[in-house]
Design a protein around this ligand. Sequence first.
Ligand code: M6R
Length: 368
Amino acid sequence: EKGGFRTYMDKEIHDQPQAVAETLLGRTDAAGRLQLDELRIDESVLRAVDKIVVVACGTAAYAGHVAKYAVEHWCRIPVEVELAHEFRYRDPVVNEKTLVVAITQSGETMDTLMAVRHAQEQGAKVLSIVNTHGSTIPRESDAVLYTHAGPEIAVASTKAFLAQITATYLLGLYLAQVRGNKFPDEIAEELADLRAMPGKIQTVLDRGDHVRVIARWMNSDSVLFLGRHVGYPVALEGALKLKELAYIHAEGFAAGELKHGPIALVEPGQPVFVIVPSPRGRDSLHSKVISNIQEIRARGARTLVIAEDGDEDVKPYADEVFWVPEAPTLLSPLLSVVPLQIFACELATARGLDVDQPRNLAKSVTVE
Ligand code: M6R
């Protein structure tokens, strides 16, 4: 069942190229236009949408956080991302022109379900991105976009996360197509970039030993994670994986926040993962993160850097570099999160912990 892997989590990390490939499969018509058959919301309704609100919990919420960068960029629609349990207990501004996107692996998370109902009561249309067929949330939604990650058994979400990001990107490109934000050939180009991702994820997996060795020898009881732009939710996800699996203090920050407080935590030897954006992307973004690495290094941090192949600028300031293949900035989370998953899984395993069933956690949280 575990396909030769030690744990389900290990297997599911290695299933990720397939989870992304399957989620992309069969989404275009003969002319190459995106066609989301399961999406039963009228195009006129999608054209009228003036705001998207993503509701989700945990890792699924981080997928929404990643999606915000892409969907706002491609579609020029404001996207809010809100934890489902926060959304439902305030008085959110949603109406018939709001598209609420619920993201959930299990389809059973109670807080997300309640957020879905609350949104519908306010007149909003709800589209859910779900991995588990036959679950409650897709049944109650106006439209569903399934992720095809296959069953996820380990409590910590990995392949569902990558499939969720992929599905939100399909949705974003579909909205851009329906609303005319992009020319068909631009959409085709983005899709081609997405289709190249499974092979690149495989490359990151093939290089997994480097991060495994570092994880095995990690003796710190606190690890920090820094990222900017799409690297920020990746930092949050890296920290969550480490907390839930290894039970050690881990925090993710937007790198720009460093001077506003978190840098006070940095003392000699403090391990800090930094997710570095592509040097080929928006140049200011890359150089800003490089200066963040310099700042923490100057205070003695042990810098564990995730960077794109060939990025010479990071080398002088990195204690370790985990290289990932080139990819467009918006798609890079599909690669940069993988070393962080491997790190958490390996560190927890090395400490003799049960990575598939961490203490105090359930795979799906069906109570409020
Ligand atoms: O089934 P869901 O996607 O709705 O679950 C949401 C969260 O409970 C889930 O992602 C949780 O944070 C995982 N344990 C993270 O690894």
